[in-house]
Design a binder for this molecule. Sequence first.
Ligand code: NAD
Length: 351
Amino acid sequence: MKLLVTGGAGFIGSAVVRLAVSRGHAVVNLDALTYAACLDNVAPVADSPLYAFEQADIRDRAALDRIFAAHRPDAVLHLAAESHVDRSIDGPGAFVETNVNGTYHLLEAARAWWETQGRPEAFRFHHVSTDEVFGSLPADPEVKFTEETPYDPRSPYSASKAASDHLVRAWHETYGLPVLLTNCSNNYGPYHFPEKLIPVVILNALAGKELPIYGEGQNIRDWLYVEDHADALLTVLEKGRVGRSYNIGGENERTNLDLVRTLCGILDELRPKQSGAYADQIAFVADRPGHDARYAIDPARIRAELGWRPSVTVEQGLRRTVEWYLANEDWWRPLQAREGVGQRLGTGQKA
Ligand code: NAD
């Protein structure tokens, strides 16, 4: 298959690009290269004859039309987005622009391409979204997000993602575009941008800085290793039923405080401090406005229908992640210097 991956220079998109090329798919990586992008993320496949890069903005319809015509993709995997909740609170406009308007332009470009090709049944538009569109859950562990959970987004980020999900469904119902949707829980792993929770904790710990935790650290997130997410996305793309959505999660619920303590424990083992423990650096800070209490995914549909399961436990994935950051300072050090990065808390937000 020839895949057009949007946002392929970001955290999850680059994992999809690396995995897809390693499985023999041709991939066109379409990315505007915003502050959150890093082409080093795709360095492992950049020299492959299966890989091509197009710098373009998903709001630029003319560029999209040119790219569809030039590369003739069999499927679109749409991951390009503004993705950082704290940034969406400071400046929601960019989120509406890219996540809503950008998705609209991409849908229209994909529809035009699909129609000029005679509406091939095998074409897919796979929209990658978040569990945050469902809002916040109560503490009861029996209650989880299913594909039937009503939408209840509460931050500018999740509202913009919810709007994009609705557009994608509407393009299926109205125009017959063969779409797939996935809503995933918090991702973590290698190449995670250093303003997000897990890298912030690892890198602040190593720098001897405070490990900021919103409120009392009791917000619960459901963590999934990014390479397992990429595998789930390719599974849905290949085997998912058109028009359907699939929730993706690792059934790894942790409070933010537990998560940070686990990371500190791994660091104590792999890079011991001269005195004391990394957990001594934990500092509680004022909570984020509208901070969702709990997210948890029920992945029963993707398991039962498509046979997908995550390959690593959260303990294994966190250890791999810490090892990767310890070995890849050349990757994260320059990103930390980018404008605005590191000035946000990075704690408790979507990944
Ligand atoms: P990211 O911020 O790391 O990467 C986003 C990429 O999109 C960047 O490379 C950026 O340059 C590109 N981009 C942004 N605006 C663009 C535009 N207008 N045109 C073209 N490219 C543009 O994000 P991520 O964490 O990899 O998330 C990818 C997708 O997965 C998003 O749609 C996000 O909502 C969704 N998602 C993320 C998580 C998570 O935990 N990170 C969980 C579930 C779903």
